[in-house]
Design a protein around this ligand. Sequence first.
Ligand code: 9MR
Length: 421
Amino acid sequence: MHLPTVLSVVFAAAGVTAQLNDLAVAAGLKYFGTCGSEGNINSDTTYRNILNNKSEFGQLVPENGQKWDATEPSRGQFTYSSGDIVAGVAKQNGQLLRCHTLVWYSQLPSWGNVTVSGGSWNRSTLQSVIETHINNVMGHYKGQCYAWDVVNEAVNDDGTWRPSVFLSTFNTDYFAISFRAAKAADPNTKLYYNDYNLEYNQAKTDRAVELVKIVQAAGAPIDGVGFQGHLIVGSTPSRSALATTLKRFTALGVEVAYTELDIRHSSVPASSSALVTQGNDFANVVGSCLDVAGCVGVTIWGFTDKYSWIPQTFPGQGDALLYNSNFGKKPAWTSVSSVLAAKATNPPPAQTTTLATITTAPPAQTTTTSRPAVSTTSAAAPGGAQQTRWGQCGGIGWSGPTACQSPWTCQVLNPYYSQCL
Ligand code: 9MR
């Protein structure tokens, strides 16, 4: 039987679907989400229907609609027609909304002959422009955003501060200015610093750690750091290395999340073995989030290879997502669902005994009162216990029973999930 089908049977019996957000929540995350591409929502029904599915994606991010050039195309003139598209879908479906992004060197507007990036600003005038922008945009979405990317991509890959009108005007003071303005505009949303290539734990990561410390030392609020996760098949760090890097930030008292995950092939079409490697890479990233208390969720930067920013930016590369161009689920989808399912069915020993724990909430908050029919065997049972039909019996991170009740046998479906079939 095909794994998604197997998982569907198991989780349907337990009261949840084997879809990514349901599995992620069952595994203890707040969400599994995707960005939504404004242009395709009303033109592609298949795309829209998948995006609408809260069991698959419990959180959405506007891909472009909330950026500065979209929201304040003329100075002091605000428009939300694009930003409201994805926000509206999330609202309609009861999905969380991640909001993206406020102070970024890119996608800045042209304001006649006075551009944000090219204008001759002093501290006072540019601070007023930043505060006006943040106040208006966050004001419009007040109460709707689980989190906001307040400052985006302020560090170069070599660990130096990225040049921008903000850096040249304020040096690093613009971080605290932006986070303070954000707190004033919407005190109840999580305020994030968001960047790519933090995953490699090198000079750029060191500088991002410093950024968080700078904001904190200024007495300004910062709640989270977003690891964008624009990664490359075969060059993605291991699960444990990724977890180590995430923990550098949670040690500072902020939460972390993967915010724009995609893992691209260096050349397409990908071979079948490259598709498997891609699946393992995705599982390592998602698994690292599961391994770190304080990693709240994973967002992929689009779900279908049909629509992705990558081929335009990296010609000849791509196919970086979980669904192919025909909306078929790729091996990477199976790997992600498996690593989530493994955690959902294998909560820490002190917390539970059966699959019933996955029906309502993260393991720490649940009880073990029902649905013994799904799995009568303790997930953390001592040696000798035998798993029932459909139950997990192996896989990376699994510490429960590895034998199956007769006549079922333990079959390896992938490195993360073996099952009694
Ligand atoms: O996916 C976005 C693409 O449609 C835009 O053309 C591009 C413009 O800069 O931005 C892309 O999204 C970026 C995100 O906002 C910030 N991190 C990097 C993403 C990929 O470039």
